[in-house]
Design a protein around this ligand. Structure first.
Ligand SMILES: Cc1cc2nc3c(=O)[nH]c(=O)nc-3n(C[C@H](O)[C@H](O)[C@H](O)COP(=O)(O)OP(=O)(O)OC[C@H]3O[C@@H](n4cnc5c(N)ncnc54)[C@H](O)[C@@H]3O)c2cc1C
Length: 502
């Protein structure tokens, strides 16, 4: 093992800065710093850039190749953050919106026969946030809930909101589960909200922080005097049209364009370099690194931005925090998710029988459907359609609520088992027999990439940010601090690093 010091001379030329992590938060931080006159070195531990926003290449038997998103496939348009970045990178012409065919849910069906719980597919309510319905008169809400649960949900329209006015005033933790259960009852929580929370946030509604995942909803509940009216008013206030957008070619084209812009701005981008430690120096900070062949080095810089996932960031920051960051607050690694992509030649899917896809209720037994969600990628995005009757389905496995050692398929399940499950599950979910139709399939696994938006995590984030306030030249960004999703991450980096002149 060799070692060395890579000196950055801060007295002549641009001021040195090091960014740790080559996901969207690191790439954007590096670009912002490069444009404000820093000599930036970006370090990415793996061989590829983009983090959760990276491509995956699918070679097909006919010799063609599909390039798909390995992780994030869209961005929320509730804030202009990502759209502005897209424009700056010259990608506006590539913006696409999902086909307006709607989505479905797969719910438990106790009347499945023989006393066994089976499942049934129903359309998702069209007006909703996190699955919370904004229109309690919509026929699809009645179909999903049944008479009794709907009657309970309707109490929301008249019940006083004093308790939530108080919570808003106190500023204490408020979970999605507590609000929905109180306003609309357990039926809405279990049937409509839990599948969305599990599918989108890999979380349990009873630990998911409402303020993080639905900013402004608590305030609207108090103003409108009803959760349903609050949802409807927040939706009406959002830009018209789809809630998400993407780019032709996938979101991975955004990080690719960012890498190009970063290099054009003169930054040094290094892959296969792990940051192993952070230390204070007389004129700033040092970052210790190790490459895949074991070469160790130290970089010095007046500015350091830690842009990794939560556990990795914590391990870099805590040793220099001198006890200011409590060990108990270290973000959990998370249960992880496994995504299975199936490319199938199946004419039965041409009519998009489940719209853009389905979220599966956690109450559906795993032996009925093991997946927590399925996206019909070719029904959702036109650009992915490359041949007649060729379809792409993406199924996700693994919930944060799975008990350790549970038999439910997830992050730790082997590829062969997952691929076989995916074909069976997709057949059940779509109602189309997919046996023998799959021409290509692969598994992508994610761990630590989906931070838990729990109320405890929110408190830990506050303590990290308070501590960082006093650390000149040091910052940390990324989904574990800003919240999951490109809109949250990009907006946060712009606020913290954008226009930095120091
Ligand atoms: C499967 C999946 C689907 C998603 N879908 C969507 C979606 O459709 N829409 C949406 O808005 N959001 C989505 N998200 C969330 C979104 O992608 C993330 O919130 C966001 O991309 C996180 O970016 P980041 O830069 O904070 O972290 P990451 O993308 O995790 O990047 C961190 C990088 O740091 C590197 N790193 C870690 N430790 C070190 C170290 N010590 N030294 C050097 N490098 C290190 C990692 O290798 C990684 O490349 C999805 C996430 C996942 C996992």
């Amino acid at each position: 093992m060799r070692s060395g010091i890579e000196a950055h001379d801060g007295h002549r030329g641009p001021r040195p800065a090091v960014v740790v992590g080559g996901g969207i938060s690191g790439l954007l931080s590096a670009w912002e710093l490069a444009r404000s006159g820093h000599a930036v070195t970006l370090l990415e531990a793996t061989a590829t850039l983009g983090g959760c926003v990276a491509p995956v290449h699918a070679p097909l038997p006919d010799g063609t190749e599909l390039v798909l998103d390995a992780g994030a496939e869209s961005f929320a348009v509730r804030t202009p953050a990502v759209r502005e970045l897209v424009e700056e990178l010259g990608l506006s012409g590539a913006v696409v919106t999902p086909n307006p065919v709607g989505s479905w849910m797969y719910l438990p069906d106790p009347a499945g026969g023989g006393g066994e719980v089976a499942g049934r597919a129903v359309r998702s309510p069209r007006v909703g946030i996190l699955g919370i319905p904004g229109d309690l008169d919509a026929p699809e809400v009645a179909e999903a809930l049944g008479t009794e649960a709907l009657a309970r949900a309707r109490q929301d329209l008249t019940q006083p909101v004093g308790r939530w006015e108080q919570a808003l005033h106190d500023g204490g933790p408020v979970t999605v589960g507590a609000v929905v259960r109180d306003r609309m009852g357990d039926g809405v929580l279990q049937v409509l909200v839990a599948p969305v929370v599990a599918g989108v946030h890999s979380a349990d509604p009873d630990t998911l922080d409402l303020r993080t995942v639905a900013p402004g909803l608590l305030e609207a509940l108090v103003t409108e005097g009803s959760l349903a009216r609050a949802v409807a008013s927040r939706r009406a206030a959002a830009p018209p049209g789809a809630l998400v957008a993407s780019l032709r070619g996938g979101m991975n084209t955004l990080t690719a364009a960012l890498v190009e812009a970063l290099r054009a701005a003169g930054a040094t981008v290094r892959t296969g370099v792990l940051a192993t430690g952070l230390d204070r120096a007389a004129d700033g900070w040092t970052v210790s690194t190790r490459t895949q062949d074991g070469t160790e080095a130290t970089l010095s810089a007046g500015r350091v931005v830690v842009a990794t996932d939560g556990p990795a960031a914590w391990d870099l920051l805590a040793p220099v925090a001198g006890g200011a960051l409590a060990a108990a607050d270290r973000p959990a690694e998370g249960a992880g998710v496994a995504l299975v992509t199936l490319v199938a030649d199946a004419a039965g899917l041409d009519a998009a029988p489940r719209g853009t896809g389905l979220l599966v209720s956690p109450q559906v037994p795993a032996d009925v459907v093991g997946a927590k969600a399925m996206t019909h990628v070719t029904a959702k995005w036109d650009w992915v359609r490359t041949a007649p009757h060729r379809h792409v389905l993406r199924l996700s496995y693994g919930r944060v609520t799975d008990a350790p050692g549970a038999s439910t398929p997830g992050y730790g399940t082997g590829d062969r088992e997952l691929l076989a499950r995916a074909v069976t599950d997709a057949t059940t979910l779509t109602g189309v027999d997919l046996a023998g139709t799959v021409v290509h399939s692969f598994v992508v696994r994610w761990r630590s990439a989906l931070p838990a938006a729990t109320t405890a995590h929110r408190a830990a984030v506050r303590s990290v940010r308070d501590w960082l306030e006093g650390q000149a030249g040091l910052d940390a960004v990324g989904a574990w601090l800003a919240g999951t999703g490109l809109a949250a991450v990009v907006g946060d980096v712009r606020r913290r690093i954008g226009g930095d002149e120091t």
